[in-house]
Design a binder for this molecule. Structure first.
Ligand code: SF4
Length: 315
């Protein structure tokens, strides 16, 4: 797989672009995730023409449509930022991005819970950074996160799963445009989708079954929307356990009674929160190889992202 292209707030890469001339280097993003991705840095405040250092800014007014103003001299930067952001987002749409990582708490780059100061000067954490809002409204299916939320193991896993899946989807379509490509992609991703949403799994199954009734472009578009919506929903230990039980059904005839017992125990320990998901998954992978389960071998769920990222390792 080629490197995944991700947009990122420039200061997270260690560049000195913040209002105080500093940065917010995030080592996980640069050193670990950075091995698999190619970052497209975006600093809204510098790229819209403001200097480094500069006066700090914040959001104020109505939290649904706040103004971006400098904190002391009260200069209103909103129109300047909006004009620049619309142009930049149109460029980013052509960058083949599979996701965007925002800097948290920023009035320009923050994706959620940004302080908006009311008339009394009190902050209400209900705002969205001006650039982040325009990007998310323009590309609603693009996986997005901020570096603060990515410290949460479940959110990190979910985001990484989404960017890797979107990359695989784009690569599949780049090779060949046909209904068969989508059917093949769906077969490989069925279990992964089911681990997020049984409703989407069913809807996508029906969509694939009636693929011939739809124009090709419409089919791709509907499938991609459902795919990204599904993966955004959180997996749970119950959903993952169901998927693993379902997988076990494919080789229960081949497993010895000891192996069956060991796997059932592993899934049960995971469901109860005693061991991380990676343990029963490793066991299933072992049996898939041992019994040469060709159908399950192609299931991305068993290997959705590089082991080096150490995901699925939390309880
Ligand atoms: S938070 Fe956004 S605007 Fe602020 S320095 Fe970082 S990239 Fe630039």
């Amino acid at each position: 797989m080629e490197k995944i292209r991700l947009g990122i707030s420039t200061c997270l890469l260690g560049k000195n672009v913040r209002y105080d001339g500093g940065h917010k280097l995030d080592r996980f993003l640069t050193d670990t995730l950075g091995q698999y991705v190619e970052y497209v840095p975006v600093c809204p405040e510098v790229e819209c023409g403001l200097p480094v250092p500069r006066e700090a800014m914040h959001l104020e007014g109505n939290s649904d449509s706040p103004r971006l103003t400098t904190t002391h001299t009260k200069q209103d930067m909103t129109d300047r930022m909006v004009r620049w952001a619309r142009k930049r987002v149109a460029e980013l749409e052509r960058e083949d991005l599979c996701g965007f990582i925002f800097k948290s708490k920023s009035p320009s780059s923050g994706m959620e819970r940004i302080s908006v100061y009311n008339e009394q000067g009190m902050p209400v954490k209900k705002g969205v950074g001006i650039f982040a809002r325009i990007l998310m409204e323009h590309l609603p299916l693009l996986p997005v996160e901020d570096e603060g939320r990515l410290h949460d193991p479940e959110l990190r896993e979910n985001f990484i799963e989404r960017i890797f899946t979107l990359k695989r989807w784009r690569e599949a379509l780049a090779k060949e445009k046909s209904r068969g490509v989508v059917v093949d992609f769906h077969t490989k991703h069925k279990s992964l989708i089911l681990s997020h949403s049984a409703n989407h799994y069913q809807a996508m199954g029906k969509l694939v079954a009636k693929a011939k009734d739809l124009p090709l472009k419409e089919f791709y578009s509907q499938y991609q929307t459902l795919l990204m919506e599904a993966l955004k929903l959180k997996t749970t230990s119950k959903k993952n356990s169901n998927v693993m039980m379902h997988m076990m059904g494919y080789f229960k005839e081949q497993l010895s009674s000891d192996e069956k017992k060991e796997l059932l125990e592993g899934i049960d320990h995971y469901r109860k929160g005693h061991i991380p998901l990676i343990v029963p998954i490793t066991l299933i992978n072992h049996y898939v190889r041992k019994y040469n389960q060709t159908y399950l071998k192609q299931h991305v769920y068993l290997n959705p992202h590089p082991l080096e990222l150490r995901l699925r390792n939390h309880v």
